[in-house]
Design a protein around this ligand. Structure first.
Ligand code: GDP
Ligand code: MG
Length: 438
């Protein structure tokens, strides 16, 4: 896992939120302090951390949760959204059908390795890649590429006796039948200015769609300064952050580079050729926070449950009418098991087997049965005698056992709900449903 230290501590924060008995100002401040500590340890800029914590605190306390979310889930959502924004927000990389990519960066940043990773990546996406080896500064640079690309089964063009500009020219001629042309360049020059000059000259010839800066994430937040200066001099279209697997300062590097004009497009997460990922801040943060498919949850929560009805369930006697509403709410949310899996922390909640296994079919049957009750029966479950049950069974076309099962189910829920009302759980439809069923 990349950034495992950061991930570990932030996952801890999320766990703390999900298991909190209630959310108040003191608790939010504590959570914010935990997040600060995690980010600072990962070399995120102090000012950035302070600004981020201020927003998390303010939004957690002052914004009211969107319908369908509890206060706790609201805080998690705020943390998730603010961290995602820190990394550049929503971002989608579309696989092109034809592309020219030029990699730029100082020696040792991982250009050559990343060149081969990219070629292999595009090859897997169905494009025909060709690498052009234009690092003439480093002895054996060409051999390194040949060796790596043999492993990856991708083609390389290079020429040890020519200068970099001629190599690019010749390479482009050879590239006529290829879709993804990736240019590896030199990172060592006498001066930065010389390096910039050569890159500009090669770019003019190569005409890349993408000029990507390759940066070592061990640089921490200073990676941002490097990205700025290359961007200013050469005009980048993005960047690739490497060695995220071994870096304790990765958080600083990612957040700092995300703030520059050179958005992160890929990250390198290991030495192997397949250790390259498209950088998607939302997914990245979800993973760092140990949230699973949070996006899915947010979308579903928005489809919401009727707040008023849930309040009735909580405040009243828990009649069959309430049970009917509860069943419908569950049905609208989707299968209970899958909702639970999407909510951090909730996967640990134990549910009665009956509730977890409630199939659509069963829900429909229960609703049919309830609909066959008289109003009085629905509101006063106590009066259900065996002759009444017999009548309901006949009226709904359900078997006697099914009616009994429903009555038992109602009793279980009622008992659970009593415990819940006395319990420590926050209100809110989602939690009500989850916990009401416990
Ligand atoms: P260049 O000088 O910019 O071409 O850098 P190289 O591609 O030669 O890489 C320098 C070193 O970094 C090599 O030992 C690579 O194996 C290593 N490296 C590159 N990318 C990654 C990465 O994502 N993770 C790890 N752990 N090592 C990497
Ligand atoms: Mg190299």
């Amino acid at each position: 896992m990349v950034l495992d230290k950061l991930s570990e501590s932030l996952t801890g924060v999320i766990r703390k939120i999900t298991s909190a008995s209630f959310i108040d100002e003191k608790f939010v401040k504590e959570v914010v302090r935990d997040i600060q500590r995690s980010l600072l340890t990962s070399d995120v800029n102090v000012k950035v951390v302070m600004e981020l914590s201020r927003r998390i605190e303010e939004r957690s306390l002052k914004q009211s949760p969107i319908p369908g979310l509890t206060k706790r889930e609201h805080v998690i959502k705020v943390v998730y959204e603010e961290l995602t924004a820190l990394l550049g927000g929503k971002q989608e990389y579309r696989i092109p059908s034809k592309v020219r990519i030029m990699l730029i960066g100082i020696q040792g940043s991982g250009k050559t390795t990343t060149t081969v990773k990219l070629a292999s990546f595009f090859s897997k996406k169905g494009l025909k890649p060709l690498i052009i080896a234009a690092d003439t500064m480093r002895p054996a640079a060409y051999e390194q590429l040949v060796q790596l690309s043999e492993k990856a089964r991708v083609k390389v063009y290079g020429n040890k006796d020519k200068d970099s500009l001629s190599i690019v020219k010749d390479g482009l001629v050879k590239a006529a039948n290829f879709d993804a042309i990736i240019l590896d360049t030199a990172g060592r020059h006498r001066s930065e200015k010389e390096l910039f000059e050569e890159m500009k000259m090669l770019a003019e010839e190569f005409k890349p769609d993408e000029k990507l800066l390759v940066i070592d994430s061990n640089l921490g937040q200073t990676a941002g300064e490097q990205a700025e200066s290359f961007h200013r001099a050469i005009g980048l279209t993005g960047s690739i952050l490497t060695k995220l697997d071994g870096s304790a300062k990765g958080g600083g590097a990612i957040s700092a580079v995300s703030k520059t004009g050179a958005k992160i497009k890929f990250v390198g997460t290991g030495e192997r050729i397949e250790d390259l990922e498209i950088f998607d801040p939302e997914r990245f943060i979800s993973r760092i926070l140990g949230l699973g498919d949070l996006r899915g949850l947010m979308e579903r929560a928005r489809e919401q449950v009727d707040e008023e009805k849930v309040k009735d369930i909580l405040s009243g006697e828990f009649t069959f009418e309430d049970l009917r509403n509860q069943i419908i709410a569950i049905r609208n949310m989707g299968p209970l098991g899958s909702i639970l899996k999407m909510i951090p922390g909730f996967s640990m909640v134990s549910m009665p087997k009956e509730a977890a296994k409630m199939t659509e079919e069963k829900m429909d049957r229960y609703i049919f049965i309830i609909d066959s009750m008289t109003k009085k029966e629905r509101l006063e479950p106590k009066i259900l005698s065996s002759s009444r049950l017999e009548r309901i069974s006949r009226g709904s076309g359900a078997a006697r056992e099914d009616v009994k099962e429903l009555v038992n189910y109602h009793r279980t829920m009622k008992k659970a709900l009593k415990g819940f009302k006395k319990g420590r759980f926050a209100k809110g439809p989602l939690a009500s449903i989850m916990k009401g069923i416990k």
